[in-house]
Design a protein around this ligand. Sequence first.
Ligand code: PRP
Ligand code: URA
Length: 209
Amino acid sequence: MSTLKIVEHPLIQHKLTLMRDKACPTEAFRRLLREISLLLGYEALRDLPLRTRTVETPLMEMEAPELAGKKLALVSILRAGNGMLDPLLELVPSARVGFVGLYRDPATLQPVEYYCKLPGDLDARPVMLVDPMLATANSAVAAVDKVKAAGARDVRFMCLLAAPEGAARMAEAHPDVPVFTAALDARLNDHGYILPGLGDAGDRMFGTK
Ligand code: PRP
Ligand code: URA
């Protein structure tokens, strides 16, 4: 699973433990997902290209680095991806934003698409897909298929939790896509839920059942 990068910062691990606790309230769950996403995003975006431009400080002129090339495209897999999208927009306010609406059919575990809106010029932008859960990876693979079909070539995926089954599936389907996660859990249960996991991320974020 060479595409998987586990970000093992102690702050991330501590916050993730708070999120896993079934007693964690909705408001705290959302806040912790935001905080972890900021830390994961710092790592997942560390290779964005830079160029320099001339800046005059109060003391002298210098060549200072700034982001180069077309703006980053952030693509949220609805609906739970939105909990990671907002903090990434705090990090990169100029990013373009796309949405892929997918839900998992509970019987087949196959993704059902209900919405898709992507930024233009994806072939010229770094693209980061976000979704807290990589379980079977059926949803993630379908979303990466969509952005690649729209032209994306530099694609990365950021999640909170990955199952070994999903990480292996992504590595097989899209070996060029690095996957950044806070943890690699033990396995999937018979219903495709990550164990030990944290339950249904969308329900816990939005207080639905
Ligand atoms: C969850 C999660 C992922 C998907 C992961 O979404 O946010 O999109 O399941 O499972 P997979 O790796 O097996 O495809 P869900 O389908 O529950 O939809 P929701 O975000 O609307 O709750
Ligand atoms: N989707 C979730 O929200 N949680 C899981 O454990 C698996 C898929």
